[in-house]
Design a protein around this ligand. Structure first.
Ligand code: DX5
Ligand code: ZN
Length: 226
């Protein structure tokens, strides 16, 4: 177990937002104190769900100054990395399982001008990224199987979070250690204690009965142990 992080990044997933008024939702997220916007991009092939593409993200870019991160749950992500950077994403995350040439793909993200993120499905071992740590600005440990919001947090992933923390520390990497899936005020402390510092949350933010600001504040406090 790690001590609580000194600071945390809260990155709400707009997968749970009202898609008919995305611009307003983004402005509200900024007002609520969110740090970053997480875009869940699904292609209906890598995951059994279909969401949004670069034109929607580009159209929403003027709605807020918050950084955008794209979580690409798509096959052959190399084909689209530049499009998501052009749409305004300053971080682009690809899945280990979708990349035959992960080293090349992560390099391509940086060459396109974005921070490079790599995501691991629950079954994927940490060793799969051991030789690309120097190319990673963010490592995303999935705490659900990707594809849908509102799933149950897989607590056994905390051992993997701790393993990634150790890998990053040993490499002297300051990459973000992000978790995504089932993150709520109830589950976030476990992920933070295991070493995560960046937290994606969809349904717990947009479904909070007291609104976005309370949701973001509760998450931050719980992660910081305060
Ligand atoms: C799952 C997505 C997550 C998800 C988070 O495939 O990557 O970002 O939308 O939603 P909640 O917080 O509802 O699990
Ligand atoms: Zn996501």
């Amino acid at each position: 177990m790690s001590p609580p992080p000194a600071s945390v990044t809260i990155a709400p997933s707009v997968l749970s937002a009202d898609f008919s008024r995305l611009g307003e939702e983004l402005a509200a997220l900024a007002a609520a104190g969110a740090d970053r916007v997480h875009w869940d991009v699904m292609d209906g092939v890598f995951v059994p769900n279909l969401t949004i593409g670069p034109p929607v993200i580009a159209a929403c870019r003027p709605a807020t100054d918050l950084p955008f991160e794209a979580h690409l749950m798509i096959v052959e992500p190399d084909r689209y990395v530049a499009d998501y950077v052009e749409a305004g994403c300053s971080t682009v995350t690809v899945h280990v399982e979708a990349c035959t040439h992960l080293h090349r793909t992560l390099s391509a993200v940086r060459e396109a001008g974005a921070r490079a993120g790599v995501a691991l499905n629950p079954h994927t071992p940490v060793a799969s990224i051991a030789h690309v740590v120097d190319l990673c600005d963010l490592v995303l440990v999935m705490t659900v199987n990707p594809g849908f919001g509102g799933q149950r947090y897989i607590a056994t992933m905390e051992a993997k979070i701790a393993e990634v923390r150790a890998l990053l520390d040993a490499a002297g990497s300051d990459a973000d250690l992000e978790v995504d899936g089932g993150i709520s005020a109830r589950t976030i402390a476990g992920a933070a204690s295991a070493g995560a510092d960046t937290f994606v949350s969809g349904s717990a933010v947009f479904g909070h009965p007291d609104g976005l600001a309370t949701a973001v504040d509760e998450l931050r406090r719980a992660a910081l142990g305060s």
